[in-house]
Design a protein around this ligand. Structure first.
Ligand code: ADP
Length: 160
C-alpha cells in the first residue's frame, strides 16, 4: 500500500488544495494531509483551527486522513511510512521554490518521491494569502474556499 503525504500550511485550506488532494486520493491508497506547525512563521489561523478546517473539507474522502506535525517534513514522512510526497504546482510561481525543496528533501531522504500535480486551471492564481486578503477587504471568496472556510475567514476578519 502506498501512503502519500500532502504537507502544507493550509492557512486556510482553499479549493486549490482540495483539487490536489482529491486527485491524489484517486491515485494513492492512502493520503495523509498534514498541517505544518512552524513556530517561527506566524499564521493567520492557529494550527488546531487549520487542521479542523481541513478535516471538515476531506470528510467525503475515505482514504484521506488529517494530522499536524512540527519539524522536518521528511522526518515526519518516515514516521508515517509515506513513500510519496504530494505537492501542487501553480503556473510559474511555485516552480523554483518547489524544485529547490524537492532536491533538498531528496538529499535528506532519497527513498521519498515527490510527486507534483499541476494546479487546476481555475486555481492557478489562488493562494491562502489571496483568499485571506479578499476576505479582509469584504470580497466574495465563495469561489476560492468552501463555505465552512469562508465562515472561519469572516470570523477572523470580524475579530480584527
Ligand atoms: P506551504 O507553506 O507548504 O507552501 P501551502 O498551504 O501554501 O503550504 O501549500 C501547500 C501545497 O499546496 C504546496 O505544494 C502548494 O504549491 C500547493 N498549493 C497551494 N495553493 C494551490 C492551488 N491553488 N492549486 C494547487 N496547489 C496549490
Amino acid at each position: 500500500m502506498t501512503i502519500a503525504l500532502y504537507p502544507g500550511s493550509f492557512d486556510p485550506v482553499t479549493r486549490g488544495h482540495m483539487d490536489i488532494v482529491e486527485r491524489a486520493a484517486s491515485l494513492f491508497e492512502q493520503v495523509i494531509m498534514a498541517v505544518a506547525i512552524n513556530p517561527n512563521k506566524p499564521k493567520a489561523f492557529e494550527a488546531i483551527e487549520r487542521q479542523r478546517l481541513v478535516e471538515q473539507s476531506v470528510k467525503h474522502l475515505p482514504n484521506v486522513s488529517v494530522t499536524h506535525y512540527e519539524g522536518l517534513t521528511v522526518e515526519f514522512a518516515k514516521t508515517c511510512g509515506a513513500t510519496v510526497m504530494i505537492r501542487g504546482l501553480r503556473a510559474v510561481s511555485d516552480f523554483e521554490y518547489e524544485c529547490a525543496m524537492s532536491q533538498m528533501n531528496r538529499t535528506l531522504h532519497p527513498e521519498l518521491q515527490t510527486v507534483f500535480l499541476m494546479a487546476g486551471l481555475e486555481y492557478q492564481f489562488l493562494s491562502s494569502r489571496m483568499a485571506r486578503e479578499v476576505a479582509l477587504l469584504g470580497g466574495d471568496v465563495s469561489k476560492l474556499v468552501e463555505p465552512h472556510v469562508e465562515a472561519a475567514l469572516k470570523a477572523t476578519c470580524n475579530r480584527k
